[in-house]
Design a protein around this ligand. Structure first.
Ligand SMILES: CC(=O)Nc1cnc2ccccc2c1
Length: 438
């Protein structure tokens, strides 16, 4: 029987190899545009996310989370946004049109509506979540990243934006990034709204115009002009719009849209509050900031590196109409998104990224099988005191040299368990860890 069994196995393998169905190696790469996080990368990511959490906690925000898959309906906005054009959407086995979320704000708005007025406003919620986009790999860009979001729901005044900007500055400061390295451009979409009204442009093209002019720093001016033309903006207005976006002082702004405009009042109040927080050095009014999301209605802001080598570090703004577009009541809201990619590039650029070694307090190893049991006991006792203990569990006397020699060898303390005498020798031995127990 065994023989025939073996022969059968051999025959199958022969047949498999001839048919080429031998189990070929699966690719070990992650799907296109996505990343793995092996231990050393994961330690850096954990460090970064802990900073996100530290700041959110300082500002008394509550953590929330949502599914990564949402109904496509949450994102089918018609303003020509890139994020909607690159939706990672599909039909599930139940025929539902779903999408991997490209951002977190719509989920947060959905959860606010779900909880309804039962909760007491203002809500101060934060989330850290993976977001997705599906773009042709022609550009080889990533298809996923993690975003930290902080949102304030239920505060109509710019006090909310001031809190969010202070949180962003607090975060940068915790990473030793200064206002010499990074600035935050602040504007207000009501500037653009006032300009469009001057030219009698319909409010329903406002979102599309914002999405188009947000691309000013990425596309040639002619392309922006032709896109505005296609969006139905008369050419005389195009000049006025592009002119308005160059404003960088409140005086110029007042000259263009009048001192009694809402935008001027809100911006002045926001900058006054910023003085209170002591973050004024980080902020600058810059009418060219529009942001590329259709739902912003008021303040918009984005952090940038002053060497202008990188893309926007984070960005956000006020979105007072989003909840009502989902069928809810008009609810004031504002928030920001902070991606996990550009900030790391900035930290590398500024040499602010430290090493993230695997840290162990003690290594316990039994060099003799008869010591395995007491070694386990020692490891447990050390761990019960909160010490990080690597218990060497592989067979035999092989020292886990990579653990022992990971870091700097200084002779410090080795506690030797001798099977014949329950006596402890102590020689000196220590590597990034305090005690080696053998
Ligand atoms: C620099 C980077 O990775 N950007 C990035 C990567 N993935 C995304 C996925 C969804 C939306 C925006 C995204 C943005």
């Amino acid at each position: 029987r065994a023989m025939s069994g073996d022969l059968a196995v051999v025959a199958k393998d022969k047949e498999a190899s001839s048919k080429g169905t031998m189990q070929t190696q699966i690719t070990t790469d992650p799907p296109r545009g996505t990343r793995d996080f092996p231990p050393e990368d994961m330690r850096m990511r954990t460090w970064l996310f802990d900073k996100f959490r530290e700041v959110s906690r300082l500002f008394a925000f509550e953590e929330v989370d949502f599914p990564m898959v949402e109904s496509e309906d949450l994102y089918t906005r018609k303003a020509g946004e890139e994020i909607v054009g690159q939706l990672y959407n599909f039909e599930d086995k139940g025929g539902r049109k779903v999408a991997l979320r490209p951002e977190l704000t719509p989920s947060l708005a959905r959860l606010v509506l779900q909880k309804g007025r039962a909760q007491s406003f203002p809500l101060k919620w934060f989330a850290i979540g993976q977001c997705w986009r599906y773009e042709r790999m022609t550009r080889g860009r990533r298809r996923e990243h993690y975003q930290w979001n902080m949102d304030i729901i239920g505060v109509p005044g710019v006090e909310a934006e001031a809190e969010l900007l202070s949180a962003i500055v607090t975060f940068f400061t915790k990473l030793n990034i200064t206002s010499d390295d990074v600035g935050i451009k602040v504007s207000n979409r009501k500037v653009l709204q006032a300009v469009l009204e001057k030219y009698d442009i319909q409010p329903d093209s406002f979102a599309a115009v914002c999405v188009i002019v947000d691309k000013l720093d990425k596309l040639p001016r002619e392309e922006i002009e032709s896109e505005l033309d296609k969006a139905g903006v008369p050419s005389v207005a195009i000049e006025g719009i592009l002119q308005a976006l160059t404003l960088q002082s409140f005086d110029d702004l007042e000259a263009l849209i009048g001192a009694e405009s809402g935008a001027v009042a809100e911006l002045k109040q926001l900058f006054a509050l910023a003085e209170g927080y002591g973050i004024q050095d980080w902020l600058r009014f810059d009418a060219s900031v529009v942001r590329g999301l259709a739902y912003y209605t008021g303040t918009v802001f984005e952090a940038f590196d002053k060497e202008k080598k990188l893309r926007a570090i984070c960005g956000g703004g006020r979105y007072d109409r989003l909840l009502s577009t989902y069928g809810g009541q008009d609810t004031p809201a504002c928030g920001f998104g902070f991606g996990d990619a550009v900030i790391v590039e900035l930290l590398k650029e500024k040499k602010l990224l430290r090493a993230f070694p695997h840290e162990v307090d003690d290594v316990v190893m039994a060099l003799d099988d008869s010591l395995k049991i007491p070694a386990a006991g020692i490891a447990s006792r050390l761990r019960s005191t909160g010490r990080v203990v690597e218990l060497v569990i592989e067979k035999g006397k092989k020292m886990k040299w990579d653990v022992l020699c990971d870091g700097f060898v200084e002779l410090w303390s080795v506690v030797w368990l001798d099977p014949s005498f329950p006596v402890f020798y102590s020689a000196a031995f220590s590597i990034t860890s305090q005690t080696i127990v053998i």
